[in-house]
Design a protein around this ligand. Sequence first.
Ligand code: ATP
Length: 319
Amino acid sequence: IKHIAVFTSGGDSPGMNAALYAIAKAAEKNSIKLTGIKKGYEGLIDGDFINLEAHQLQKLTQKGGTILKTARSKRFMELEGRKKALKTLKENNIDALIAIGGDGTFRGLLAFSEICDIPVIGIPGTIDNDICGTDFTLGFDSAVNTAIENIDKIRDTAESHNRVFIVEVMGRDSGYIAIYSGLVVGADAILIPESAQDYIQLLNKIKNYESEEAFIVVVSEGDELGAELVATKIKEMNSDVELRITRIGHVQRGGNPTALDRMLGIRFGVAAVEALIQSKKNVMVGIVKNQLHFTPFEEVIKQHQINNELKQLLVLFEK
Ligand code: ATP
């Protein structure tokens, strides 16, 4: 391997810059040229490239977002776009590719693998933690910490006014951010897309709650009802309830990555370069039971699962 190209794709997530730094460092140690592709698959198609060197990236591990920028690409969904991307790689003498992104990005990589004879390694970069083949994705821990910081603040005001708060956290179709943040802030209910909820029971609890305390419901954005509908239904049942909705929103995607995410970025980045040197291809590097773990793209995009232990915690801690 003489020349690796790397890009970030889909939603940005804290820790992506740390991964880029680690890739640059490992490439440099192995005398491999590194090219950065801007704006995900769009830049791959168009040849929007920059030179990446470890010393430029060294101080960026603390920065959220991605210095390569990221994008969604309609053109890469089409075979023509993917063919153009391959042509661009070949014209630039790139002989290996590292992609950092979420489940959509891996669907793209699987489609690309049908025509691409250049080895590709993926790194799971998404706050959603919805990727098979790794215990944690890059950015999840930072997003959870941001959610916690915000919900703690909401609790202060909720308790002062004895209000019901419906707090919506991110995660697309994954309830991981809701579970992790909801459990550790002491939420009274946590609603996730992966578990059917007994809404009537929940609504009755809220209806009957002692107005001497706050009631905090953490709802995942992918939940079947969603924050607005939960709020509407509560109001229908008990119009006296003092209720507020807070959508924490995109702050969960930004901010300095936590120590865990910086470390994940460093481990994933180095492992991706070493995997290419060892002739691995079309696999994602993950960490399972604190060991590096490689999973073929077709496995990566399978439906993620929330294990029973976590689901039972939800039941144990609900009000
Ligand atoms: P996040 O989960 O953090 O939002 P993501 O990687 O899932 O990140 P997406 O927008 O879903 O983000 O996917 C990124 C890009 O992957 C898409 O814009 C598209 O270009 C490409 N992609 C997704 N699915 C496919 C597919 N089936 N075939 C080809 N390309 C795809």
